[in-house]
Design a protein around this ligand. Structure first.
Ligand SMILES: *[C@@H]1O[C@H](CO)[C@@H](O)[C@H](O)[C@H]1NC(C)=O
Ligand SMILES: *[C@@H]1O[C@H](CO)[C@@H](O)[C@H](O)[C@H]1NC(C)=O
Length: 179
């Protein structure tokens, strides 16, 4: 066999392996779209949101710079609080703009339903609080959502002006590893 034939064969083999690998990598990731309804209650009993701290001498609330809230909401399948529970959204809101209009949101979606039980999705971003649709980033995940990245939108679909109770629809698109 002439040496240049071997070189050609080696080159072809290398190209084939490279092509297979890049396709393989593409099919090892997939997009998953999920919808959750976050049931938030601001008043006792069983409040799911609480002020942790704020700027001394200033008001501590959702439109006051520097106020930090902890959140632990049940996530349900539909807007109805009695519908199936899919997990919990746990984390922080920090009012991050001086004019109070923006909240920096850090949430861990702790999933407990069916095949996603034990998996989590991490969410972070700036929420322009009075916008109808607020987009934040999916920055990671565990379990079924390893190497997760993507985006999510927050929409307030119910708000009780008296008690502050609200329901937020969270639409999540996450690209993640299948392994
Ligand atoms: C508050 O939580 C307790 C314990 O989970 C439960 O028994 C009670 O019914 C809840 N109260 C309301 C008003 O949701
Ligand atoms: C989720 O997993 C935990 C721990 O493995 C288990 O105790 C629980 O029953 C599971 N929940 C559902 C809804 O399958």
């Amino acid at each position: 066999m002439a040496p240049n034939t071997i070189t050609k064969k080696t080159l072809l083999l290398a190209i084939l392996i490279f092509t297979l690998c890049s396709q393989f990598e593409a099919i090892l990731f997939q997009d998953t779209k999920l919808i959750f309804y976050l049931q938030s209650k601001a008043r006792e009993p069983n409040a799911t949101t609480a002020v942790i701290t704020g700027i001394p001498g200033k008001l501590w609330n959702f439109f006051s710079f520097g106020t930090l809230f902890a959140e632990d909401d049940v996530m349900t399948e539909t807007m109805d609080p009695r519908s199936a529970q899919l997990g919990r959204a746990q984390g922080f809101y920090c009012i991050s703009s001086l004019d109070g209009s923006i909240a920096n949101v850090i949430l861990e979606l702790v999933l407990t339903d069916k095949k996603y039980n034990g998996s989590t999705i991490q969410i972070q971003g700036a929420s322009v609080q009075l916008d109808d649709v607020r987009e934040v980033a999916v920055t990671g995940g565990t379990g079924k959502f390893r190497y997760g990245r993507g985006y999510a939108t927050l929409e307030t679909v119910f708000l009780d002006g008296k008690t502050g109770a609200n329901v937020i629809r969270l639409n999540v698109t996450v690209n993640h590893s299948l392994l």
